[in-house]
Design a protein around this ligand. Structure first.
Ligand SMILES: [Zn+2]
Length: 242
């Protein structure tokens, strides 16, 4: 059976949908997904724009990148959350078996957890007894595993969330490069992407309690580096082929 502290480190309250930290986790994942969508699609469309002035070619590449990226993010998220949920279900099964086979030891263990959190031995024992009488499995799932058995993270929900987040991010460079006249395309896209990355960098730094300035600078540097590299690859390719 795993200890309280181990689990807190690896599962930052993610499955508790109703808690504030869980909502922040979802928001953080959404912002990171949008950030990925901005950077990878910007690199793609700026690269194609380096090779050709054909608006349809740029648009087609951008839309294909949006769809492929969203699906890949959704698939990755589905797999990772499914695995996490399998792990949580297995832990719940183990816990249920232990509760059947050694209920006294489990109640002592629960009391021990509350005592370690600062309750007096008498109060911890009383809390453990009352929680065990109410719903033993839910009490152990909460205290030991930090999971709510009735509210495990849904892989489909997580997949949809990352699909939408990536697509929203991807739409920014895509529209910024598709709408302006040919001579302004790349610069409009670069400007829009920098603004977008300042925004996502600021939000994710705030959510993670990190230094905003540095986080934003790093984020913008990564994005502009991606666009610069793909642009020159596109130019080289356009010169060689065209
Ligand atoms: Zn237990």
């Amino acid at each position: 059976m795993s200890t309280d502290s181990e689990q807190t480190g690896t599962h930052p309250a993610e499955p508790h949908h109703d808690s504030l930290s869980a909502r922040l986790n979802w928001l953080r994942a959404g912002v990171l997904g949008a950030n990925d969508g901005i950077i990878s699609t910007a690199g793609l469309v700026v690269g194609v724009a380096g090779a050709t002035t054909d608006r349809m070619a740029i648009l087609a590449a951008g839309v294909a990148g949006l769809v492929a990226g969203s699906l890949s993010m959704a698939g990755g998220e589905y797999v990772s959350v499914s695995t996490q949920r399998d792990t949580e279900r297995a832990a719940l099964r183990t816990e249920a078996r232990e509760l059947r086979e050694m209920p006294e030891a489990e109640e002592r263990e629960l009391a021990g957890i509350y005592q370690a959190k600062g309750l007096s031995p008498e109060l911890a024992a009383q809390v453990a007894r009352e929680l065990t009488e109410a719903d033993a499995l839910a009490a152990h799932a909460d205290a030991e595993l930090q999971i709510d058995p009735d509210n495990l993270t849904s892989p489909w929900q997580a997949a949809w969330a990352s699909l939408i987040a990536f697509a929203v991010g991807a739409l920014l460079p895509l529209t910024a490069i598709a709408l302006p006249p040919v001579e302004w395309r790349v610069w409009t896209c670069v400007a829009a992407v920098i603004i977008g990355l300042v925004l996502t960098g600021t939000i994710s730094a705030r959510l993670g309690d990190a230094r905003v300035g540095r986080a934003v600078l790093r984020n913008v540097l990564v994005g502009t580096l991606a666009m610069t590299v793909t642009y020159f690859v596109g130019v080289l390719f356009g010169v060689t082929v065209g």
